[in-house]
Design a protein around this ligand. Structure first.
Ligand SMILES: NC(=O)c1ccc[n+]([C@@H]2O[C@H](COP(=O)([O-])OP(=O)(O)OC[C@H]3O[C@@H](n4cnc5c(N)ncnc54)[C@H](O)[C@@H]3O)[C@@H](O)[C@H]2O)c1
Length: 336
């Protein structure tokens, strides 16, 4: 298939392009490089030995999108492009609503005009807000207790996509709800490259391991969990990337949500220990207060994706830590 990938230079997008190209798909990507580096795409080309057609512009740019759709016959769109920092979204809500929602609306308009009927969306576990049950299922309640504008954009976009599918029965939408992506391509040449201080635990621990940061902050150790620290469902980014290829191969009607997760929770301390083993060094950490809005545990069932997409998360936390460490050690300054 001829696939348009938005946000392809980013962390999940770059790993997904590898799997798409390995599966024989032809990839064009649009990225404004607001949180990424074109070097990621050059390295993906080296890994797969296949070219990526790259366009640098913001997906909200309707004129450029129109030019692109006019000159390509896309079979499907995978929409990764979006701003994703929870904290920043609280400080800059309009930027988040504008960037994430308008980019989606612009894409849907262009797809509509050009008869492109298949759309895969990078949604998130945040749509579940305060989990009403564990493990979370696709039928669990969504939209209640979302504590930040970032999460609201994901929830609103899911609603926009559902409405679009109701209006046009031939439009197919897959809402891929990611849990916590970790790890890197086993080559060690691409990985997560936060432009600022990392927001996520594993890249933070990785930067502590190479001496760029002093210690990991553990937000609370008095939760009702295995060791008192927060429990999350960490998924290897290569497994996540393969989930997109599986979703692309699947034909469904309307808007369909899938949890891309492992079904298994890992605590903050368990993850720090696993990373410490992979890096063969101590990772210093301090326990600080709980963060407002954090829940004790969040993990989900992958049963629907297993059953309907034939997709399984196969990689372990240990592999994710080893792969993440290989990337961090070989590229202490990311792509720079
Ligand atoms: N990483 C996670 O923990 C996680 C979890 C759940 C969902 N997601 C979602 O998955 C998607 C990809 O996440 P990621 O971790 O790869 O993030 P990322 O920041 O590494 O990648 C996003 C890419 O989109 C680009 N971009 C942003 N806005 C754009 C715009 N308007 N036009 C063109 N390009 C734009 C950025 O430059 C970047 O390359 C995002 O939508 C994110 O919200 C991520």
């Amino acid at each position: 298939m001829n696939i348009l990938v938005t946000g392809g230079a980013g962390y999940i997008g770059s790993h997904t392009i590898i799997e798409l190209q390995n599966a024989g798909h032809v990839v064009t990507t649009v990225d404004n490089l607001s949180n990424s580096n074109q070097e990621a795409l050059r390295r993906v080309e080296k890994i797969t030995g296949k070219p990526i057609e790259f366009h640098q512009f913001a997906v909200q740019n309707r004129a450029k999108l129109e030019d692109l759709f006019s000159s390509h016959a896309f079979n499907a769109v995978i929409h990764f492009a979006g701003l994703k920092s929870v904290g920043e979204s609280v400080a800059e809500p309009l930027q988040y609503y504008q960037n994430n929602i308008d980019s989606t609306l612009s894409l849907l308009d262009a797809m509509n005009r050009h008869g492109v009927k298949k759309f895969l969306f990078s949604s998130s576990a945040t749509v579940y807000g305060t989990p009403e049950e564990l493990p979370l299922k696709e039928t669990s309640r969504v939209g209640i207790g979302i504590t930040n504008p970032y999460g609201q954009t994901k929830y609103m976009i899911e609603q926009i996509l559902k409405d679009t599918c109701v209006a046009d029965e031939s439009f197919e939408c897959t809402l891929l709800r990611y849990f916590n992506p970790v790890g890197a391509d086993p080559s060690g040449t691409i990985g997560e490259d936060p432009s600022d201080t990392p927001n996520n635990l594993l890249p933070y621990a990785a930067q502590v391991a190479v001496g760029k940061l002093k210690e990991v902050k553990v937000f609370g150790n008095d939760y009702d969990t295995v060791d008192g620290t927060g429990v999350r469902d960490y998924i290897h980014v290569v497994d996540l990337a393969k989930g997109h290829v599986a979703a692309l191969n699947h034909t469904s009607q309307g808007a369909n949500a899938y949890n891309l997760c492992t079904g298994k929770g890992t605590s903050v301390l368990e993850l720090i220990n696993a990373f410490s083993k992979a890096a063969d060094r101590e990772i210093p950490y301090v326990i600080t207060d709980r963060r407002p809005g954090d829940v004790a545990s969040c993990y989900a069932s992958p049963a629907k994706a297993n059953r309907e997409l034939g997709w399984y998360a196969e990689r372990t936390i240990e592999q994710a830590c080893a792969d993440s460490w290989r990337w961090q050690k070989g590229n202490p300054n990311g792509y720079n």
